[in-house]
Design a protein around this ligand. Structure first.
Ligand code: TYM
Length: 327
């Protein structure tokens, strides 16, 4: 059985990009792999959060994982900060990661732009991510395309460590599950990734948006001056992004999706897209709300799953400590 590990940050509310690019597909991996899905709350400290919001967002993600079909009896779902081995291994790995490597990370560069809080955590963020992954002997890391560079750095660190101390870490591979949704773009800025922190509230569909807001955001999504519906990222980034969302949710190819709308107007296309998005999101929200009403059950899951994670993580951490000469 292969091990699959992934995580989502509880910074802000999750977007439809997080869902389509990542955890929508995780439930399909559960039957044939040992799956571990983390809420990476320590990573979220790299930006300033209201502590109450952070707590709520962390729990919300656990419930969204479950609402999306991740079964806490089959997979381990837990909070990163509940397993201290992540921070411990991160320190060790930071001594095997070069400043030059971290300086090249595009996410660090992007996040540092126009920021007055370029802290050390933001810089060494990929080391903690490597610790998350390596702690569990991970074979596959299902993530969106924006995380590719971080997984590649994780591989470098693992190989470097193994070369010095002998085989210690499994060298993980990135798993891009959906060829289409690896980078959902903003609805108002379709050349940029849809992000939790976009300043324009119409740019991002949040998973917990109301039906009214989802309809209004899709209606307002930018298109382009031409009236035909086809995929061309360069000349039609808005329509291409909406087609990508449509195709991902309906499991159709881009070509099939283009055909569905070959003789339709932008208005008709958006109407159909709204229906498809709502059919996907509203049942997820309903399950989420059911779980919210059973918070004791959810708390129990968080506690029990953390115990399972701690057991695996501590064993691997101990092995690393031994290799480097820590008593
Ligand atoms: P985060 O929280 O930014 O995003 C969570 C997942 O959602 C994907 N994603 C997207 N996919 C498509 N289109 C988008 N617009 C979009 N926005 C986000 C991301 O690729 C990711 O898969 N560093 C990670 C969290 C992390 C992690 C890990 C992941 C920490 N440790 C270990 C895997 C393994 C992050 O910030 O994801």
């Amino acid at each position: 059985m292969k091990t699959v590990f992934s995580g989502v940050q509880p910074t802000g509310n999750l977007t439809i990009g997080n869902y389509l690019g990542a955890f929508k597909n995780w439930r399909d991996l559960q039957d044939e792999n040992r799956c571990i899905f983390c809420v990476v709350d320590l990573h979220s400290l790299t930006v300033r959060n209201n502590p109450e919001d952070l707590k709520n967002n962390s729990k919300n993600i656990i419930m969204l994982y479950m609402a999306a079909g991740i079964d806490p009896e089959k997979s381990i779902i837990y909070l990163q900060s509940n397993v201290s081995a992540h921070a411990n291994l991160s320190w060790v790995l930071s001594c095997y990661t070069y400043i030059g490597e971290l300086s090249r990370m595009t996410q660090f560069k992007e996040k540092s732009e126009n920021s007055d809080n370029i802290n050390n955590g933001l810089f060494s963020y990929p080391v903690l991510m490597a610790a998350d992954i390596l702690l569990y002997g991970t074979d596959f890391v299902p993530v969106g395309e924006d995380q590719k560079q971080h997984v590649e750095l994780c591989r470098e660190i693992a190989i470097r460590f193994n070369n010095i101390y002998g085989k210690t870490f499994t060298v993980p591979e990135i798993l891009i599950q959906s060829k289409l949704a690896t980078r959902i773009k903003g609805l108002q800025n379709p050349t940029k990734k849809m992000s939790k922190s976009s300043k324009d509230k119409n740019d991002t569909i949040f998973l917990l948006d109301t039906e009214k807001d989802i309809i209004s955001k899709i209606k307002k999504a930018v298109t382009d001056s031409d009236t035909r519906i086809y995929f061309d990222k360069e000349t039609k980034p808005g329509i291409s992004n909406l087609l990508t969302m449509y195709a991902t949710i309906t499991n159709k190819s881009i070509e099939e999706s283009e055909k569905d709308f070959s003789d339709k107007t932008y208005g008709q296309f958006k109407k159909d897209l709204i229906e498809v998005v709502l059919n996907e999101i509203i049942p997820l929200q309903n399950k989420f709300n059911e779980l919210k009403n059973s918070i004791d059950y959810v708390n129990n899951i968080i506690e029990n799953n953390a115990k399972k994670a701690i057991e695996i993580a501590n064993k691997n951490l101990e092995n690393v400590y031994k290799k480097v000469g820590l008593l």
